[in-house]
Design a protein around this ligand. Structure first.
Ligand code: SAM
Length: 185
């Protein structure tokens, strides 16, 4: 399976808490391995890791990374970098190349992204050329480049598992699930 990490730039702790948390949760839900946060906000890491403990998987968050160093290190290790920007080439044109990358870093901004990021990235990719949101851009990109349906990503060791249903809400706790599996076997 493709290894995807998301690099979140420009996070401002006083105003971007929710959206950066949503970037991380969306990356996790659609099968990324982790998020690198190029700002210092330990609470984002703590919130997402707490969600991961409850909902499973081994998603990681690295707080306060140096964006340029992370990009260069990733590329030295053979990874490719896709920066999402409304000014880039259109996603459908980039998808065939993006699908070939085994290791892909997806970079999303918040406020203005430094020019160096455009230069260093292997691709600057637009999810349409209209301004919208880093969460939407990330979700659409991950869906379009996925090898298998990203909505069926398995999450191991979850404390909580949703039972899908047309109406109402049902969540199973892992101890109930273990008991049920014991009874079924
Ligand atoms: N004004 C900022 C700029 O000029 O770079 C962009 C702000 S936008 C709210 C935040 C992030 O959302 C961008 O850095 C980009 O990653 C993502 N984004 C927004 N619209 C996009 C689009 N149409 N295509 C790709 N990414 C987009």
């Amino acid at each position: 399976m493709k290894e995807i990490v998301v690099l979140r730039l420009g996070h401002r702790p006083e105003r971007d808490k929710r959206i950066t948390t949503h970037v991380g949760l969306t990356a996790r839900a659609l099968g990324a391995k982790g998020m690198l946060l190029a700002s210092n906000d330990q609470k984002i890491t703590d919130n997402i890791i707490e969600m991961t403990t409850r909902w499973g998987g081994d998603f990681f968050v690295k707080n306060d990374v140096h964006m340029i160093r992370e990009i260069k290190k990733w590329q030295e290790e053979g990874g490719k970098v896709c920066h999402l920007s409304m000014y880039g080439i259109n996603l459908p044109d980039a998808v065939p190349e993006l699908k070939k990358a085994d290791k892909l870093m997806i970079v999303v901004g918040a406020e203005k992204v430094p020019g160096e990021i455009y230069e260093l990235s292997d691709w600057n990719v637009a999810v349409g050329n209209q301004p919208h949101s880093e969460v939407a851009a990330l979700a659409i990109t991950m869906d379009r480049i996925a090898e298998t349906d990203p909505l069926t990503v398995p999450f191991e060791n979850a404390e909580l598992t949703v039972v899908p249903m047309a109406k109402g809400k049902k969540v199973i706790h892992d101890d109930e699930l273990k008991e049920k599996n014991k009874q079924d076997s």
